[in-house]
Design a protein around this ligand. Sequence first.
Ligand SMILES: [Zn+2]
Ligand SMILES: [Zn+2]
Length: 69
Amino acid sequence: MATQICVHCDFPGDGNCSVCHGRGSIAGNQVPAASVALVESLSCPACGGNGHCQACAGLGEVEVGGEGD
Ligand SMILES: [Zn+2]
Ligand SMILES: [Zn+2]
């Protein structure tokens, strides 16, 4: 089993949610149009407010099973 840098983080490998940049909340001006009704800071819908990249759970790396290549 090997790991590789998670490219889904805010910055690859930093483990931060790319939507809220690891803050766990997003400001009004960053809310997607569909949620524009919520203008104040609110929990990030991508990470649920914990600020962690959901692809790697905040670890910054993901396991690769050796499939494929
Ligand atoms: Zn990640
Ligand atoms: Zn987030």
